[in-house]
Design a binder for this molecule. Structure first.
Ligand code: GLN
Length: 271
């Protein structure tokens, strides 16, 4: 089967087909496909491509099939053990990096790091910041550690359910993209979310319980004048604001993602 034919044969979106075929060929450049559209493909490549295309048609996220996703211009390995990094989470990275550089902060903790996306992106931009990243999932931490190694970034990883294994430690900045989708939210049954680890998406409750837990314990782990930034759902901004205020945070403010949706709320401890 020729390259050109293969790309149209298995019914996946054309752009996805291109990326999957390049992946099977061990190549990166789309231009190769265009230049070689009349090349005959080896049978084993056609078989591998056909089986990945079938998975894609069943809805398996492209990032899991390719095994990586770009985030903050970093190529991150992803497996089914971690949430696929989303573009809207770059807002959290942007805000964290801005706070750290403007206030000359020395340390940051990323709670529930998953693939390591947030911690690694901030560390990449601010090499002098001391960055710690935690996750309750040992499998997720394996992926995050591998990403840190591939990128040569010195993030410290700790296995911990929120703050449980971090007793007595303090940071100048704490960030998190916790599971905030409510258990009865229909989105869990749609698109990529169907294939992502449930524990990374939902608290199996009202969507705010992880945020409550983080906000109520963060004061024991923040330096005076430190900041807590939390990603949340588009309709949770008012709730997250009151959770932060209830726990004694001040200067509580909200930022919107590129799609204009309320996405990250932050507050300052003892400001
Ligand atoms: N932003 C994700 C979504 O698309 C949810 C991620 C999370 O729960 N932290 O629903």
């Amino acid at each position: 089967m020729k390259v050109k034919e293969a790309l149209r044969s298995f019914g996946t979106d054309y752009r996805d087909a291109e990326l999957l075929l390049l992946h099977c060929l061990g190549r990166d450049e789309r231009s190769w496909l265009i230049a070689h559209d009349h090349d005959e493909l080896p049978t084993d490549i056609v078989e591998a491509f056909s089986s990945m295309s079938k998975e894609r048609l069943k809805g398996v996220p492209l990032a899991y099939l390719l095994g990586h996703r770009e985030f903050w211009s970093l190529k991150l390995k992803v497996t089914r053990d971690v949430l696929i990094p989303r573009p809207e989470t770059e807002l959290l990275v942007e805000w964290a990096a801005e706070l750290a550089s403007h206030h000359d902060l020395q340390s940051m903790l990323d709670l529930g790091t998953g693939s390591g996306a947030i911690a690694l992106a901030v560390q990449h931009d601010l090499p002098h910041l001391s960055v710690t990243a935690s996750d309750v999932s040992e499998l997720a931490l394996r992926v995050a550690r591998e990403n840190a190694e591939n990128l040569g970034l010195p993030v410290e990883f700790v296995e911990s359910s929120w703050f449980d294994a971090l007793a007595k430690r303090r940071w100048a900045l704490i960030v998190s993209n916790p599971p905030y989708v409510a258990a009865d939210d229909g989105h869990l049954l749609e698109g990529d979310l169907r294939f992502e680890p449930n524990t990374a998406l939902t608290d199996e409750g009202d969507g705010l319980s992880s945020i409550r837990e983080i906000a109520s314990n963060a004061p024991d782990h923040l330096e005076a004048g430190g900041w807590l930034l939390i990603e949340h759902g588009y309709d949770q901004a008012a709730d997250v604001r009151s959770i932060l205020e209830l726990n004694g945070f001040s200067k509580v403010s909200l930022r919107h993602d590129l799609a204009g949706r309320p996405r990250v709320t932050g507050g300052c401890w003892q400001c």
